[in-house]
Design a binder for this molecule. Structure first.
Ligand SMILES: C[S@@+](CC[C@H](N)C(=O)[O-])C[C@H]1O[C@@H](n2cnc3c(N)ncnc32)[C@H](O)[C@@H]1O
Length: 942
């Protein structure tokens, strides 16, 4: 029973198609079987009687060739048209290039009587074969028409997905692959657990420290995956290994170890060197070179029992050719990590994110060049260039970036070969297909510190090579034979930061370096990693993330090598103090940004529905000073748009001049007064009054004269009540008159006298005073040291001078409300988030880096008045809900309508004050304005 609301999974479609093929193997008569044939095939794709709406059987239509009306067998206007013949009646007349059925279909299409859009696909069949032509493809495109035997249909299920009439066919395929990966990971996990009995020790860096059982099981698993993949992906006749297991091994698993050992030996022996007497079930396997099955690598084959053999047989039943090559590696990694296995959470980098790096780095340019190449010499010249390219991932994990790069380059090459073939005709095809390939595994190099991912990256590369070859065979009809393996990717098990890249990596001719080195902030790096970072940069690295060591290594490597590089990293490298420490060095080495993906959520694919989120950026670099720069922006951190770059991309990934604001001792803006810390009590609590003490203090009328509201960061943001005794004009007689004052001042004196710090002891002589008094004498703004990342505006407020600001806040004078308005604007928070440092992810306000660099130019009296007015509007909107704290006012999901409206008005006024001309100001547009102003004001001031 088909669920009407849900599109079937590709796997279910495959199962149904397999049954369909059996059901119709003997059908011959158009009259009695053709309609059911197509109805049932559509049902295999989930198109049942409900979904079949719009599909017409026996649709009357005019034929262009005869001018008469006839009946199209099946028609879905806008999508497909089907002409069916009885067995033996589908013929291609002598001298014609198409069959009688196809000719008939074309005549109906040309007849002009089909209402609605013309069909895109033309299908013809005589039960034994099916042909589909995609009319949207060019006539010289060899992928325009596919002809298969009906019994091959299960292998071509994807090619008929258009029958579903779903808009997003890619989504069905993606879901299928994700689903398959999860299943595969479980099967592998079961197998590994059975093999190791969940052994406890793991050493990811060094195989010699790995406990032997885990090591052997890991290697064994790689081999088994290879064999199961070979069974499904056409490395040898289907299910050869599966049959070997069933035929050659006992169901209790007792002879499994011995049989597998023998099989591995056979796989590692060239056919002509094998013992002539070996059994046929072994002889069927080809020679696989590439050290995959080398003897003695597995020290001790594990004993199998019934459960283990069952787990392996179950795994063989799975179709391993369905696994997306990009996740091969991660699958193994999950299996190997006990923690990941137990959490059931496999996660790996999605292809989409990998392509965000590879496309703008080189794939898009090459694709464009291929599209533009229209003559045979142009195509050949481009193809020849492919020989020159080398690809490097210096933190490759299981090789997913390399795998996707390889597959994409092979796809590009295939398209090039197809185009070339249409130019030169079939006759000139070279006999040895490997001579056609200028993209080869040995052009791909990886470095990986952990032994296990490094090991499997190599195997995974071989598997993707095989998939690309299959694709080539399907399209071009020829493919190189890859067994025995004699070309492999170069995967080095090595620490990329302690090796000289020149020794391990290619020295040209053109190298692309890419990847996602570990996302580790300063806090998460070990001492060893900090030392590696320092050694790479040879300069202070207090602000730099670990990933930047890869940037430095790339700069060094490229000194004598031609090429470009791009890394994914956490967005911290394009924010705050890190930027001036990183980007000027890259620029000084002769590089500029080729492309940038501004902050987006990096989601990992995950079997458990949890998806790991990291705020990422991707930055690519080139030495080509004339290269067009590309910038990708994410409006909600998810939806990508490519924006037009007009000024150039700077290290903050803004379309703006390459300026890197440096710390200043005075405000750059003529409109802003300096900020300073609030007053510091250093009092052990004797000068401060907590809510539970307030009534007691205020009951003392003498002490009450000195009580003032006190604002620290918590009081500012959460409206928590607190007071202090502010005694700058203390009358000494009051101390005698007030027991409260006396007791409190004695407390302060005792605490300060006992202090270890001499300066504090000195202040014991003045116990009635804060040790640092910075209280403004006019209305002022109180600014917390940190803002919360999630809040859309800075949480600041304006106070009268009789409210005392503590030293957990900054203050700046604001006699007329102008500064409040500026600080409350989007311009300010954008500047803060762009150039300021952070505490974890929370923006950290700073005098020297944020305030003193804020590039607010001199403003006219009119603009100033408008800004002040708009700021008052924000205050008024807050005043409508006086019970709310700033934290509540600026809860991003619950701001009041009035407050949002007031901020919008304020933003317009402040944007104008900064000289913004555009109507629509988002974060990127504001950054552009801010950096433009900064560059102008710095130039004018020097
Ligand atoms: C974020 S992962 C990326 C791997 C892979 N591209 C992926 O998406 O799964 C970073 C990889 O760098 C490796 N790594 C960490 N430090 C390294 C170093 N110093 N040298 C080489 N590889 C390193 C880690 O083991 C990990 O596999």
């Amino acid at each position: 029973m088909i669920d009407e609301g849900k599109v079937l999974s590709l796997n279910e479609m495959r199962n149904r198609v397999a049954r369909f093929v059996v059901d119709y193997k003997d059908a011959t008569s158009e009259k009695s079987d053709a309609q059911n044939f197509w109805r049932d095939l559509m049902a295999c794709y989930g198109v049942d009687s409900v979904r079949r709406k719009g599909v017409i059987f026996e649709a009357q239509a005019k034929r262009a060739d005869t001018g008469n009306y006839g009946y199209i067998d099946v028609l879905k206007p806008g999508l497909f048209l089907i002409e069916h013949k009885s067995a033996g009646k589908l013929v291609t007349p002598k001298g014609a290039s198409i069959s009688n059925a196809e000719e008939q279909a074309n005549a109906y299409i040309a007849g002009g009587s089909i209402s609605g859009a013309l069909p895109r696909y033309v299908l013809t069949s005589d039960f034994q074969s099916i042909q589909v032509t995609d009319l949207s493809r060019r006539k010289d495109d060899p992928t325009r028409t596919l002809t298969i035997r009906t019994n091959e249909l299960p292998d071509y299920v994807e090619s008929f997905l258009f029958l579903t009439a779903e808009d997003d066919i890619e989504a069905i395929i993606r879901e299928d692959q994700a689903d398959a990966s999860v299943k595969a990971a479980r099967l592998m996990g079961d197998l590994f657990t059975a093999l190791t009995k969940d052994a406890d020790t793991e050493d990811e860096d060094d195989p010699t420290n790995e406990d032997e059982e885990t090591y052997d099981a890991s290697i064994l698993l790689t081999r088994l995956l290879f064999l199961m993949f070979g069974d499904d992906a056409g490395l040898w006749p289907r299910a050869t290994f599966h049959r070997f297991l069933l035929d050659r091994t006992q169901s209790d698993g007792s002879d499994m170890a011995g049989q597998l050992t023998m099989l591995f030996e056979v796989l590692d022996t060239p056919e002509n060197k094998r013992d002539r007497r070996i059994d046929e079930s072994f002889a069927r396997f080809p020679y696989v070179n590439g050290a995959l099955f080398r003897r003695d690598v597995i020290k001790k084959m594990p004993w199998f029992d019934t459960d283990m053999r069952d787990a392996l047989v179950r795994a063989c039943e799975f179709d391993w050719s369905r696994i997306s090559p990009a996740v091969f590696g991660s699958l193994f990694q999950t299996v190997h990590s006990r923690e990941a296995r137990h959490a059931g959470g496999e996660h790996y980098t999605s292809e989409e994110n990998i392509l965000k790096t590879l496309r703008p780095l080189f794939l898009d340019d090459l694709r464009k060049r291929l599209d533009a190449a229209n003559t045979k010499p142009q195509l050949e010249a481009l193809h020849d260039e492919f020989k020159r390219f080398r690809y490097v991932d210096p933190a490759c994990g299981c090789g997913n970036f390399l795998i996707v790069a390889y597959r994409e380059m092979r796809n590009l090459e295939l398209d090039l070969l197809i185009k070339l073939r249409t130019k030169q005709g079939d006759t000139q095809m070279i006999l040895d297909p490997s001579d056609l390939l200028n993209v080869t595994l040995d052009q791909f190099t990886g470095m990986e510190i952990k032994w296990w991912p490094a090991k499997i990256a190599e195997t995974a590369m071989f598997l993707v090579d095989h998939q690309s070859n299959r694709q080539m065979e399907k399209t071009l009809g020829v493919t190189p034979n890859r067994l025995p393996i004699d070309i492999a990717a170069n995967i080095h098990h090595a620490n990329a930061l302690t090796h000289d890249w020149a020794e391990l990596l290619p020295d040209g001719p053109t190298v692309w370096v890419f990847g996602n080195p570990p996302f580790l902030g300063r806090k998460e790096t070990s001492d060893e990693q900090k030392a590696e970072l320092q050694a790479a940069w040879q300069k202070p690295t207090a602000h730099l993330d670990y990933v930047t060591a890869w940037h430095r290594k790339a700069l060094d490597y490229f000194t004598n090598v031609d090429g470009e590089f791009a890394f994914v990293s956490s967005n911290s490298v394009t924010q705050g103090e890190q930027v001036p420490d990183l980007f000027p060095d890259i620029r000084d080495a002769g590089w500029r940004i080729k492309f940038g993906h501004r902050t987006f959520y990096w989601t990992n694919e995950s079997a458990s529905k949890e998806r790991a989120h990291v705020h990422c950026v991707i930055v690519g670099f080139t030495r080509d000073q004339g290269a067009k720069q590309r910038l990708f922006d994410y409006s909600d951190r998810r939806t990508q748009t490519e924006v037009k770059v007009t000024e150039g991309i700077n290290g903050y990934l803004a379309d703006a001049p390459a300026v890197y604001p440096a710390s200043r001792s005075k405000p750059l803006s003529p409109e802003l007064a300096p900020v300073s810390f609030g007053s510091m009590p250093r009092d052990d609590g004797f000068l401060l009054i907590e809510p539970d003490e307030y009534a007691g203090v205020i009951a003392d009328p003498v002490a009450a004269k000195y009580v003032r509201r006190f604002i620290g960061a918590r009081q500012l943001i959460n409206n928590e009540p607190r007071w202090c005794l502010w005694m700058v004009d203390l009358d000494p007689a009051d101390v005698r008159r007030s027991p409260v004052l006396k007791q409190r001042l004695e407390g302060v004196r005792a605490m300060r006298s006992n202090s270890k710090a001499a300066t504090t002891r000195e202040w014991a002589k003045l116990p009635h005073l804060f040790v640092q008094q910075a209280q403004p004498l006019v209305p002022y703004i109180c600014i917390p040291r940190h803002f919360s990342e999630g809040r859309p505006y800075a949480t600041v407020a304006r106070f009268e001078p009789d409210v005392i600001a503590g030293d957990s806040c900054f203050t700046t004078v604001d006699p007329d409300g102008f500064v409040f308005a500026v600080l409350s604007s989007s311009m300010f928070i954008v500047w803060q988030k762009t150039v300021g440092g952070r505490l974890k992810s929370d923006p950290r306000f700073s005098k020297e880096i944020v305030w003193n660099t804020l590039p607010l130019p001199a403003v006219s009296a009119d603009v100033r008045a408008a800004v002040i007015d708009a700021g008052a509007g924000v205050n008024a909107a807050r005043g409508l809900r006086p019970e709310r704290s700033l934290a509540e006012h600026y809860q991003p999901l619950a701001m009041s309508k009035e407050l949002v409206a007031a901020h919008n008005i304020l933003d317009k006024a402040v944007d104008k004050a900064f000289g913004a001309g555009r109507a629509r100001m988002d974060e990127l547009a504001r950054q552009t304005v801010l950096f433009d102003r900064y560059a102008e004001m710095i130039a004018a001031s020097s």
